[in-house]
Write a protein that binds this ligand. Sequence first.
Ligand code: CUA
Length: 340
Amino acid sequence: MDLSLLFADGGQAVQDLSTFHPASPSAESIRNLSILILAITGFIFIVVEGVLIHSIIRFRQRRALETVEPPQVYGSQPIEIAWTVAPALIVMVIVLVTIRTLWEVNVKPPEEKPGDNALFVTVVGRQWWWEFDYDHYNGRPLGFVTANELHIPASEEGVPRPVYLTLKSADVCHSFWVPRLAGKTDLIPGRTNQMWFQTSERGLFLGQCAEFCGPQHANMLLRVVVDSPQEFQNWLENQQRPAVEDVALRDGKAAFLAQSCVNCHRVRGTRSQGGYAPDLTHLMSRQTLGSGMIPNNSDGKNLREWIANPQVIKPECLMPAFGLTDRDRNRIVDYLRTLR
Ligand code: CUA
């Protein structure tokens, strides 16, 4: 495989993944807590190390044969009270600010209602990609599924557009983490977790699975695209439509439907209704393939390589190489490239 595939970033500049540069209220709460804890523990570190270094220098053995033992002090009540009360107070402060942060971060999702400008999405963690089930926006049911790239609307002055995620897992434990938007939240089999964020900063936010989930854990990448409200509306309308029908590519579609692709993938509006692998209805509206691994370029070059052998690009992923003939593969890629 062409090595440049692995390092290509679709022409984007290096992304900011710093938790100290938050773009959402919940990430900001976590940043503030981190700075406070760092300040408190940093102060304690400097005091303790300062006293230690001072003692080492001031009370070092000066002559080779020191015979007089220094005075031994036992049982000073004021000192004992001081070093019990001071740490207890510090711990108390840390507990209180941590509870306040948890309060700010763990917002219980409200009921969806018309005019709430809120987006509700169910995220399902899978080895090794993200399924996004779009549930509601602004009180309207959506009911489509996409993968790996979460589009959300930007908040505007006076119009917050919060995003509430319901997190589940289809296999093992994963963890949803977009550092600039919110803290990590685990996706645990048999359990449902919630998280929320909102941002007025448009553009791409990168994240990644933050809980070891198997050999391709490090390649379970995440992209959150924050669109303007109008762009988001257009994106929603496109995603809600069934797959486009291009009569010129009837052969390609037939080739696709004849293969076992249909057992795992779904293309809405066709008989390909698998629910086990990424929904391909609007495959070409996504910027990457393999959960953020390689650019999904419009010429279909990477898509062709992916289909030829996904195991070269993402070893042990659940999609096998099907050993298609070149002719079939080209026809299938030509068909998939029309799924915008
Ligand atoms: Cu999913 Cu690590």
